[in-house]
Write a protein that binds this ligand. Structure first.
Ligand SMILES: C[S@@+](CC[C@H](N)C(=O)[O-])C[C@H]1O[C@@H](n2cnc3c(N)ncnc32)[C@H](O)[C@@H]1O
Length: 288
């Protein structure tokens, strides 16, 4: 913890109150200098991540990060990638992918062009998983996947499509549980400790920076997949984001959230009906 580092440096440990103040000042500096407003992130986990960032950077306190934020442009991407949590896996929650494949893809098939917005794509794990299942459903050539994230560092990794080989075996099991009809290894080449997905899987993917906490409607989408991002937001930002999704979807468009996320308490809830509630798949039921 930073408090320990301060003590090791011969300074008195930083009290929780002071740490709170430092985190507030850090968040304000990020917003005023760079336009990233994280003030509506869930407080406890944001505080943990800011303190962890200070620790990682060898800073004696969170305050010591602020001058870097103000004066060192190269620090911004480091800060954003340190604060975001790009934790994901290929075919994470395979039952959700199975539900998308069985209950959503057949309905998407009626559109000549299908726009999919995958918000909070991390290193692209969900993007490649979706691309594979859409390919197998014969829909991929009609799809465009807009995979967005707040972290440029995560997007750079996502564009490469490279993942550790040690994760491939478990991913192959999840792929089959999701209803995959081939072998996952048909889609990548393994080299040393890494696997690299075939570039063809990215042919209809655009990776782009989009900040759900500040930016507006990204595209007109038939399906939005945004899993395990809202959990990092407070109620106000969750509501804003769900409103943004409602405004981005075509009538009858689908929304898929993380299995621990819900819309039932949000003002936008009335605009959606459940399609597969355990898998957190909803459909926009706004009247014409
Ligand atoms: C825990 S990961 C979830 C990844 C994937 N969707 C999944 O469920 O496995 C959360 C992702 O949301 C991104 N994120 C956090 N805040 C964001 C924001 N305001 N706008 C867009 N993406 C954000 C993070 O950079 C991170 O990649």
């Amino acid at each position: 913890m930073v408090a320990m580092t301060a003590a090791q440096n011969g300074r008195p440990p930083v009290s929780a109150d002071i740490q709170d103040l430092e985190v507030d000042l850090f968040v304000q500096a990020l917003q005023r200098c760079h336009g990233y407003d994280l003030s509506d992130y869930a407080r406890a986990s944001l505080k943990r991540r800011v303190i962890h960032l200070a620790d990682q950077q060898g800073a004696a306190s969170v305050s010591d990060l602020i001058p870097r934020l103000l004066h060192d442009p190269a620090f911004l991407p480091t800060a954003i990638s340190g604060l975001s949590v790009p934790v994901s896996e290929l075919f994470r929650d395979p039952q959700v992918f199975a539900a998308l494949r069985e209950q959503v893809f057949p309905l998407l098939a009626s559109y000549p062009q299908i726009n999919i917005w995958q918000a909070g794509c991390a290193f692209g794990e969900e993007t490649y998983s979706l691309a594979i299942l859409l390919e197998e459903a014969g829909l991929y050539d009609r799809c465009h996947i807009y995979a967005t994230d707040i972290s440029d560092a995560a997007l750079t990794r996502a564009r490469e499509g490279i993942f550790p080989v040690r994760d491939a075996r478990a991913a192959a099991v999840r792929y089959l549980a999701a209803g995959g009809s081939r072998s996952l290894s048909d889609y990548y080449h393994a080299r040393y400790e890494l696997i690299k997905f075939d570039a063809a899987l990215r042919r209809n993917v655009t990776f782009a920076n989009h900040n759900l906490a500040g930016d507006g409607v990204f595209c007109e989408a038939h399906l939005i997949v945004c899993r395990n991002v809202l959990i990092y937001f407070n109620d106000a930002l969750q509501n804003r984001t769900l409103g943004l999704f409602a405004a981005s979807l075509v009538r009858g468009g689908f929304l898929c959230l993380g299995t621990k996320e819900n819309i039932s308490f949000a003002p936008a809830a009335g605009e959606f009906v459940g399609v597969d509630v355990p898998s957190r798949i909803f459909r926009l039921a706004r009247p014409a």
